[in-house]
Design a protein around this ligand. Structure first.
Ligand code: COA
Length: 162
């Protein structure tokens, strides 16, 4: 086979892809996150059909894409448009980026990020944002390599009920 890359197809995610992306997610779920010491963040929790479906893949705010190789979903980027801040700004938020370990290191994630960015640009949205754990330095380096920079925003988190 001449090149695997030629067979990679990136397309918008549809509701019918949810089972396939859950299967990809389940493959990486038990993997330890490189660079992150053993903690509750070192392993990923379960993800359900309803959680993904609730963000309405294919809907007006959705930016998610899947990567297919020979018709099989091998990776996905899950993201959506959001309206944040004062004055209000429209940004593309990346919730999750995952590539099947059997297909990693072929540039598939980079293609997925580019596809999401293109979908943003096509709607006149010029900012793409990813929230990355401060301890996950490998992922930070990876995103910097894709042109992301560390922003001046700080995320504040609290429980929904005091
Ligand atoms: C992070 C993740 C999505 C990257 O997926 P990927 O498809 O392997 O990413 P890419 O192929 O674009 O790049 C990965 C590396 O392979 C390299 N690479 C890209 N194309 C390559 C090729 N053809 N041959 C060899 N290496 C290549 C890239 O330079 C990059 O190197 P770096 O890590 O030194 O920067 C994947 O590792 C993953 O699913 N991780 C687990 C889930 C996770 O942590 N997701 C992110 C938070 S939601």
């Amino acid at each position: 086979m001449a090149s695997t890359e030629k067979e990679i197809k990136i397309r918008p995610m549809e509701r019918g892809d949810i089972d396939a992306i859950l299967a990809v997610y389940s493959k990486i779920r038990e993997e330890k996150i490189p660079g992150v010491k053993r903690s509750r963040l070192s392993y990923r929790g379960a993800m359900t059909f309803d959680e993904v479906a609730s963000t309405n893949p294919g809907g007006p705010l959705d930016l998610s894409c899947v990567a297919e190789v020979n018709g099989q979903v091998v990776g996905f980027i899950w993201g959506r448009l959001a309206f944040v801040g004062i004055p209000i700004d429209e940004v593309g938020i990346i919730h999750m980026l995952i590539v099947d370990p059997d297909y990693q290191k072929q540039g598939i994630a980079a293609k997925l990020v580019d596809a999401l960015a293109e979908r943003c640009h096509a709607r006149g949205v010029e900012t793409v944002r990813a929230v990355i754990d401060e301890r996950h330095w490998e992922l930070q380096n990876y995103f910097q390599g894709l042109g992301f920079h560390r922003s001046e925003l700080t995320i504040y988190t609290r429980t929904s009920k005091d």
